[in-house]
Design a protein around this ligand. Sequence first.
Ligand code: THU
Length: 132
Amino acid sequence: MKYQKLIEASKRAKKYSYSPHSNFRVGAALLSKTGKIFTGCNIENSSYSLTICAERTAIFKAISEGQRKFRAIAISTDLKEIIPPCGACRQVLMDLAPEIDVILSGSGKKQIIIKLSELLPMPFDSSMLTNH
Ligand code: THU
């Protein structure tokens, strides 16, 4: 698999998941066009809706460190089956990294690569903001 190193980084990132409420650990690893990897995990909050997903942790870390162009993001959970990113993460990724490959991997051997544009067809974007 083309993105094996990225998948492994997402699995390692999962170890830092702070998920005492759901016990659902998620890890993400985002590859920039400069070749750097930014990892993230889900971080839950006792006020549940303030929880942040692993994918957004990773991309916010990368943006805050000056990266703007990305190639791919790998996402891992403890489940055997692959888990796709939630709608909020699809929207955030689409704004900041519209062309990336999304690599989904289960805890077993199952892995797929899908374009973000396939996961979020007809996105809302900044070109639609009238005062932009
Ligand atoms: N979660 C993610 O980290 N990424 C997703 O794309 C889906 C959901 C997290 C949020 C929460 O901590 C837990 O998984 C259960 O929803």
